[in-house]
Design a protein around this ligand. Structure first.
Ligand code: BES
Ligand code: ZN
Ligand code: ZN
Length: 497
């Protein structure tokens, strides 16, 4: 995309569409006078008649073809009271703008930055939020309809109507654009049908990413996992005719490989539940059980683009969870890579077994901090709903600094407790060190707490995205389907930590 660094005026912008914010108190908007001069009495008339409204999230489009040869329309965007407008409000509003631009098949547009600025949100922030919001709103789910002959629309150029520094604004937009594109790629991974995304495919995707961004990459295949004794991921894979993969990416930006942030992702490409089979209604959608892996890969894409001065290792355990004569069973006792044994009480609690080995491997690869991301339990949905990511931690300080990143990105995370009593129940088994399903009550905590057993003393945060990874309905920032949740927060965390 060509991101213009040259400041434009309303009349000099060479685009199809100009986007303008309308705040409730127009007299508080920077530069409103210059703009209203341009439109003259027509603008006042539109406002008086209610044609243009400042109602938050209201979009209004007007054909304007007399200004220059390229301009076709102006889209006005209601913002409500400027003083109460938050960055998240603005991001979501831009999401709606993105959807509108997609529907209009817009290839290029200009944003009048000052019209969206408030006392606390500067022009450069507006540019970032616009790139993020519009980029995410623009996303549509790839489909396989044979009747579809529609060409996908791409925005190839954007311009800014602003008095702020053009270079700074463009740079800020560029980063927002990177964030949105990474989210959209993660969404597409989640949306891929399970026959089109096996563990091998996911590993190939990671290899491509590594090539693109010069990451160190290692893919462990089934034979190698067997050699290493990764009994967690291997037992989940036992019923499958598809091979499992343990995927590792390393990004090194410090001289020494120390002070390493570790991302660990659940990459279950399909979860039937195994012998503890899922009811038919809850099996549909389990192609998205690799949402944690997608979040980690999306974050790595941003890191590859923005190249923060940090060391990061990403480990993804990938397999499907199938039924067959060779599948693992409830009552099996398995040995994980850490050496810890697990009594399997429920083969549908498979994510924690895959993550167990991935956590140990991440530690071995030098991770000093661990963040695991997983569509781990239905319990988190019962506890927090579909719009909040559930968290656990063993380290307050680490968690607090992570939460700062969520404030920046607007992704809601809520921490649940993990008590000694909870840990006791995870460790309760007559046959093994741990059991993988202590009970239904508060089982988000048991799921995450089980993963935490493999963090041991390393500062650790668990993110259960079972509710947030897949949207059941369209939302301001995108369509139904994969959301790419945590892509932005993981990346923002690395940049700021
Ligand atoms: N992949 C599921 C969790 C899930 C549920 C993800 C809904 C997305 C939407 C996970 O492997 C699972 O089946 N968890 C069980 C655990 C239980 C058997 C202890 C669950 O939450 O019911
Ligand atoms: Zn499961
Ligand atoms: Zn699962």
């Amino acid at each position: 995309m060509n991101i213009g660094t040259e400041n434009k005026t309303f009349a000099s912008a060479t685009v199809e569409t100009i986007i303008i914010g309308v705040q409730k108190h127009r007299e508080q908007m920077k530069n409103w006078s210059a703009f209203s001069e341009f439109f003259g009495s027509a603008l006042d008339e539109w406002i008086r008649s209610g044609e243009i409204s400042s109602d938050r999230k209201k979009l209004m489009k007007f054909p304007v073809t007399t200004v220059n040869e390229t301009l076709k329309r102006v889209v006005f965007v209601g913002l409500g009271e400027g003083k109460t407008l938050t960055e998240e409000n603005l991001r979501e509003t831009f999401g709606l703008v993105g959807k509108e631009l997609k529907a209009l098949k817009v290839n290029n547009y200009a944003i009048w930055l000052e019209s969206f600025a408030t006392p606390t949100i500067e022009e450069t922030d507006v540019a970032f939020l616009a790139a993020e919001g519009i980029g995410m709103g623009f996303y549509t789910v790839p489909n396989y309809k044979t009747s579809s002959n529609e060409q996908d629309t791409y925005v190839d150029r954007v311009e800014f109507i602003t008095e702020a520094n053009g270079e700074e604004v463009a740079a800020s937009f560029e980063v927002g654009h990177i964030y949105a594109q990474a989210v959209n790629e993660a969404r597409s991974l989640v949306n891929l049908p399970p026959n089109m995304l096996t563990a091998t495919d996911l590993a190939n995707y990671a290899v491509d990413l590594a090539k693109q961004y010069d990451f160190e990459v290692e893919i462990l295949d089934k034979a190698q996992l067997e050699e290493l004794g990764m009994g967690g991921i291997l037992s989940v894979n036992q019923g499958s005719s598809e091979e499992p993969r343990m995927i590792t990416l390393k990004y090194q930006a410090k001289d020494k490989w120390e002070d390493v942030v570790g991302f660990v992702g659940k990459g279950v490409t399909y979860d039937t539940g195994g012998y503890s089979l899922k009811p038919r209604e809850s099996m549909v959608g389990m192609k998205g059980d690799m949402g944690g892996a997608a979040a980690v890969l999306g974050a790595m894409k941003i890191i590859g683009e923005t190249r923060p001065k940090r060391n990061v290792v990403a480990v993804i355990g990938s397999t499907d969870n199938m039924v067959s004569g060779t599948a693992f069973k409830p009552d099996d006792v398995i040995t994980t890579y850490s050496g810890k044994t697990v009594e399997v009480l429920n083969t549908d609690a498979e994510g924690r077994l895959v993550l167990a080995d991935a956590m140990t491997y991440a530690k071995q690869q030098g991770a000093n901090y661990l963040i695991d991301v997983a569509t781990l339990t239905g319990g988190v949905i019962v506890a927090l709903g579909m719009d909040k990511t559930g968290a656990l931690t063993n380290n307050e300080e680490f968690f607090e600094s992570f939460m700062e990143a969520t404030v920046e990105t607007g992704e809601f995370v809520w921490r649940l407790p993990l008590t000694e009593k909870d840990k006791k129940r995870i460790r309760k088994s007559d046959l093994a060190d741990l059991n993988n399903s202590p009970g239904r009550d508060g089982h988000m905590i048991f799921g995450g707490g089980f993963v935490g057993e493999f963090a041991e003393d390393t500062p650790w945060i668990h993110l259960d995205i079972a509710g947030t990874s897949d949207a059941t309905a369209p939302h301001d920032l995108g369509p139904k389907g994969g959301t790419g949740v945590m892509v932005r927060t993981l990346a923002a965390f690395v940049e700021q930590f």
